[in-house]
Ligand binder design. Structure first.
Ligand SMILES: C[S@@+](CC[C@H](N)C(=O)[O-])C[C@H]1O[C@@H](n2cnc3c(N)ncnc32)[C@H](O)[C@@H]1O
Length: 291
């Protein structure tokens, strides 16, 4: 092999293209993006800057390290878990196998919450149920300088990640995290201005049809909620009313096709002011209600 051959086969352009083809052949829809994110990680640059370095030749070490990450992605490990982080609301969150990877769709809850708050400097109290990585609570705190929040989760391992994210993002002094089966460990006298939750909402019957990235790598207790995916909503709707301030509101993330079921359950429970909000893809993503 001439030195020319080596540079051509190991430059960023060639390695990105062959990585994309390899990931596409495995049925990965985000092959191009994933290849770019993984290579940018190896090269220590921003993903967009990869395009400015097309002729850069990878060292042997860089090439091997890139191959190792690609091998993990081929087995469908999510990029967020390979890199150990995911951006949400322009903040970087630590991600492990113990937490759901924050999804851009969930930013709808942050937008809806912020849109309903009249005074962002008020000392609001927030409750985030099923906090996982802490992304919802911490994103809200980043916009509400005097707010404080409680994050609860049934998973101690997820709570460790949430606490670390709070620390890394500088919100430890405004957050408390509790291990709790929904509200059971909370003081019943506590009242909150904003209650939000992205609970598990996938029907058990859908398990087999989930992409392997989700089914094999994300925590089961973050995903499934009974035969129809509605069990945890039902529990929360029963438990939450006593925890809300009179002018407060409750937000749930909802899955595709769940809006009308949720509306019915809420109306039966006597809820008022039920509103549905769509995400950027035009899908019903968030339901806002008051008891
Ligand atoms: C869909 S994930 C949401 C994580 C994070 N809030 C987000 O939006 O990315 C649901 C979370 O609820 C937690 N969870 C499941 N059942 C729970 C329960 N009974 N009580 C408290 N948390 C629970 C899971 O451990 C998981 O972290």
């Amino acid at each position: 092999m001439t030195s020319m051959d080596f540079s051509e086969k190991n430059n960023v352009r060639f390695r990105l293209k062959s990585a994309r083809l390899r990931l596409e052949a495995c049925g990965i829809e985000t092959a191009e993006l994933d290849a770019r994110l993984l290579l940018a990680h190896i090269l220590g640059c921003a993903p967009m800057d990869i395009y400015l370095q097309q002729d850069r030749v990878l060292t042997n070490n860089e090439g091997e390290a890139f191959d190792q990450l690609l091998n993990r992605r081929v087995k469908r490990e999510p990029v967020s878990q390979i890199l150990g982080q995911k951006e949400f609301w322009s903040l970087s969150f630590k991600v492990t196998r113990d937490v759901l990877t924050p999804r851009p769709d969930s930013e709808t809850l942050i937008e809806v919450a912020l849109g309903r708050i009249k005074d962002r400097t008020a000392p609001l109290r927030i409750l985030d149920l099923g906090t996982g990585s802490g992304c919802l609570l911490l994103a809200l705190l980043s916009e509400l300088p005097r707010a404080r929040g409680i994050g609860v989760d049934i998973s101690p391992a997820a709570l460790d990640v949430a606490r670390e994210n709070a620390e890394r993002l500088g919100f430890s002094d405004r957050t408390t995290f509790y291990e709790s089966d929904w509200t059971t460990a909370l003081n019943p006298a506590e009242k909150f201005d904003i209650i939000l939750s992205n609970p598990p909402y996938i029907a058990l019957s859908e398990q087999a049809s989930l992409p392997p990235d989700v089914r094999l790598y994300e925590p089961e207790q973050a995903l499934y909620s009974g035969e129809e995916g509605l069990d945890d909503y039902r529990k929360l709707i029963e438990q939450l009313p006593g925890f809300l301030q009179p002018n407060g509101f409750i937000l749930f993330e909802i899955g595709a096709g769940q809006a009308s079921d949720l509306e019915n359950i809420l109306r039966h429970a006597g809820a008022s002011a039920v509103e549905i909000f769509k995400d950027l893809a035009g899908l019903d993503r968030c339901i806002c209600w008051k008891p």
